[in-house]
Structures are given as structure tokens and as C-alpha cells.
Design a binder for this molecule. Structure first.
Ligand code: DGL
Length: 265
């Protein structure tokens, strides 16, 4: 079992911000990354749609004989994990639930969360953090255009910079101590965000998440004991776009190396 692959997925390139951290801690694993690019963005989907999409992806990974699936997507962790978590015999790691405890333990008074509309609607970050730290105030704010900005590499476009700046200004009115980048696409925008606020204001949950997964696999004696193969990348459409947008966190070298798997929904 320990040498079986780890599946990791997101709607697109966002999950690579998690993948990059995971590879640093667990370099010998066989990774299978899936970006459900045909169904992007997830943030505008209903809970029922997200459960359906996630269940198809879990089936895909089941057929790949994985030992674990990393939900490198806040939106499906928030909307679909609770419904599907007991249906599979591999480990499932949902980003929101796995990082909330660690962030709660830092004892911040006021935490902002930038996330997709579906994640905000679920209040998953607020509920999970307040389980461990009931007095922490949580301010959740949707940033509907940010996924599109990242997927299309529009971050340096003046309209995008203006949008990012105004969302940040709105959040800063709450006098937050920290802001969680609660969508795995958002760490790609850190270079812009830090032009308008100190970099250490922002929490990239990927670092907490990778550490947590590493500890859990170790605890369960599931870390691979031999060098894995090169990671395999799958998308459900447009591999060239995926390759171009991936650059900041993990350079996918050649679009021809990305297999195309169509997941029917
Ligand atoms: N990157 C995903 C997340 O963490 C989903 C973004 C989207 O497709 O809306 O929520």
C-alpha cells in the first residue's frame, strides 16, 4: 500500500500551490494530479454539483489504486467532503478541515478569509476554526474574479490589480490580524497582494496542509520507501493553458506530457 500513488486534485492550476509544498516534504511519492479544467470554476457551482464532480474524481482515483487523495481545493473540501468521506478505502485529506485546527491554535483575534463564493456560502472556515477557537472572529469574503485572473495569467493587467487592491481594502476595514488565502488559486496573487499590505499578513494554507499530510502518512506508515516516478498530470480540457498557467508553483514542462482524461459529469 505505501508505494501506491497519491491523488491530488483541483479545478485547475490552483492545487499546484499545494502540490509544490507536498513534493518538498514527500519527494519519493508517485503523484497523480488532476485539474478538472472543463468544469472550472468550481466556486460558482451548487453544493449538489460539487458533490457530483468530486464523486467522479474520487472514482477516477479509485481506479488508479491510490493510497490517498489530497483535496487541494477548498471549495470541494467545504461543500462535498462531509457527504463523500466514508465511501472510499483510501485516505482523504480535505484542505479546509485539515488546516483550520493549526490556524486556530495560533490564537488570532480576527481572521479574514478570501475564498470562492461556494466556500464563503458554506462558512466552512468560520465553523472549523471556531470549533477550536470560539472567540476568534472570522470575516469571509468572496473574490469572484480571482480564479479567472490566475487561470488566464491576467494578474499584472491593471484591471486585475485594481480588483485585487479593492478587495484587500474592503477586508482591511475589519482590522484583521491575518488573511487566509482560502482558495488554492490565490497564492498565485501574493506578488500583487504584498504590494498593498505586509506579506506576513497572508496565510497560504498549503504549507500547513502539506505538513499535516506528511505527519499523517508517517503516523500511518504510508510514506513510500522507494523513489517514485515522475508525477502524472491529467486535465479534463485545454492542457496547453494548464501548462502556461502552472509556471509559478510547479513547472509542468510540456503540454504533450499531460494526459487528457475526460471526467463525465
Ligand atoms: N482552487 C479551488 C479552491 O481552492 C477552486 C477554484 C474554483 O474553481 O472556483 O477553492
Amino acid at each position: 500500500m505505501k508505494n501506491c500513488p497519491i491523488g491530488i486534485f483541483d479545478s485547475g492550476v490552483g492545487g499546484l500551490s499545494v502540490f509544490a509544498e507536498l513534493v518538498k516534504l514527500l519527494p519519493n511519492e508517485n503523484y497523480i494530479y488532476f485539474g478538472d479544467t472543463i468544469n472550472l470554476p468550481y466556486g460558482t457551482k451548487t453544493k449538489a454539483q460539487l458533490i457530483n464532480l468530486t464523486s467522479n474524481i474520487f472514482e477516477f482515483f479509485k481506479n488508479q489504486n491510490v493510497k490517498a487523495v489530497v483535496m487541494a481545493c477548498n471549495t470541494t473540501s467545504a461543500a462535498a467532503y462531509d457527504t463523500l468521506k466514508d465511501n472510499y478505502n483510501y485516505k482523504i485529506y480535505p484542505i479546509v478541515q485539515r488546516v483550520a485546527k493549526q490556524i486556530a491554535n495560533e490564537n488570532h483575534k480576527k481572521i479574514g478569509v478570501f475564498a470562492t463564493q461556494a466556500t464563503v456560502n458554506s462558512h466552512a472556515y468560520k465553523n472549523e476554526i471556531q470549533k477550536y477557537s470560539p472567540d476568534t472572529e472570522i470575516f469571509e469574503q468572496a473574490c469572484p474574479q480571482w480564479v479567472n485572473i490566475v487561470e488566464n495569467q491576467l494578474q499584472n493587467n491593471p484591471d486585475s490589480v485594481e480588483n485585487i487592491k479593492s478587495q484587500l481594502e474592503l477586508m482591511l476595514k475589519n482590522n484583521v490580524d491575518k488573511i487566509i488565502l482560502g482558495c488554492t488559486h490565490y497564492p498565485y496573487l501574493l506578488d500583487i497582494l504584498k504590494q498593498f499590505a505586509p506579506e506576513d499578513l497572508f496565510i497560504n494554507p498549503a504549507k500547513y496542509f502539506a505538513q499535516d499530510i506528511y505527519q499523517d502518512l508517517k503516523h500511518n506508515n504510508l510514506i513510500s520507501d522507494k523513489k517514485g516516478q515522475e508525477p502524472k498530470f491529467y486535465v479534463s480540457s485545454n492542457p496547453e493553458q494548464f501548462m502556461l498557467s502552472s509556471n509559478l508553483f510547479y513547472k509542468v514542462q510540456n503540454a504533450k506530457e499531460i494526459s487528457i482524461t475526460i471526467i463525465h459529469t
